[in-house]
Design a binder for this molecule. Structure first.
Ligand SMILES: [Zn+2]
Length: 58
């Protein structure tokens, strides 16, 4: 993960920081995007788990 530049103080804040550690600027968090990625991961896990279970019990 690359650090993101704070638009308020122009310093590099950690990529996962919700608030700038230097000036306290609150980064807008893309909740919807994060959620869709989470669902994609769950979907992929299910898609991999079904054939695995079929193979284990088949
Ligand atoms: Zn800042």
């Amino acid at each position: 993960m690359t650090p993101r530049e704070c638009p308020s103080c122009a310093l590099d804040a950690p990529a996962d920081a919700e608030v700038c550690p230097f000036c306290g600027y609150e980064f807008p968090t893309p909740r919807a995007g994060t959620r869709s990625v989470t669902w994609l991961m769950i979907l992929l896990m299910v898609l991999f788990a079904i054939p695995l279970l079929a193979w284990l019990f088949g």
